[in-house]
Write a protein that binds this ligand. Sequence first.
Ligand SMILES: *[C@@H]1O[C@H](CO)[C@@H](O)[C@H](O)[C@H]1NC(C)=O
Length: 249
Amino acid sequence: MASPRFLFLLLLSYVFVFGSVFNPSSSARVLSSGAAKVSLALYYETLCPFSANFIVKYLPKVYDEDLIKIVDLKLVPYGNAKLQGEDNIACQHGPFECLLNTVEACAIDVWPDLNTHFAFIYCVEHLVKEGKYPEWESCFDRLKLDSKPISECFNSGHGKELELYYANVTGSLQPPHKYVPWVVVDNQPLYEDYENFVTYVCKAYKGNPEPKACSTSLLHQVISVEKAKPTREVCYAEETIKTSASYSS
Ligand SMILES: *[C@@H]1O[C@H](CO)[C@@H](O)[C@H](O)[C@H]1NC(C)=O
C-alpha cells in the first residue's frame, strides 16, 4: 500500500516533470535574483536504515517547502562500501546493497532529471524502511518508469563504472566521511545535525526573497523538534561488514 506521503510526492514529481518541459530555464543553476543555488549532497548507502529514513522522512522537505528552487541536490549512493583491489566493491550490508547502490546510480544516470530519479530512489528506500527491499522492482510499475534502461545500465557494466566513480568521489571527501548518511551543504558536512539540513541550506542561501521555508518561526520549530533527541542514527564507516560476500561484475 502506498502511503499518502508517497502519493503526494509522486504527484509532485509529475508536476515538476511537466513544469520542466514547459519552462526551459528551470534547470539553470543561477536564479533570476542572481544568487547561486546552494549545493546539497547526500552520501549514503542503500541498506543503511538511517540513510533510508533520511531519504523518506527528511529529504522530501526540499519539495514540501519549495526549497528545491534554491537547492542543487546531488545523491551519491556508495557510502561505506570498500574498494578491494582495482575494481571489486564490498558493501557494508552485503551484495544486495551493492546491487541497489548500482541500481540507484543507474537511475541517476538514466533519468538525470532530479524529480524522476528522486521519485524512484524514494520508492526503493521506502521499501528498505519497511524491510521489503527485495520487492524493489515494483517501483518501476508504481512510478510508470521503464525498467529496460536500468537493466541495460546494470548488465552492461556501466553501473559498475558509475559505482567506481562514486567510490572516488566519496573517497575524495574533505574532511573524509565518518558515517552515513553524510550530508554536505556547500562543502561543509553537517555531521550528526544532518536531519536539520534545511537550516543550513537557508543560512547558506544569499538570494532574495528568501523561501518561505526559511522564515524564522518555521526554522525554530524545526530546530526545537530535531535538537530534542540525541542523534546517533548513523552507519559508521568502520562498522564490521555483516557478510563477507563481496561483489564483482
Ligand atoms: C580519484 O581519481 C583521481 C583521478 O584518477 C585520482 O588521482 C585520485 O587519487 C582518486 N581518488 C581516490 C580517493 O580514489
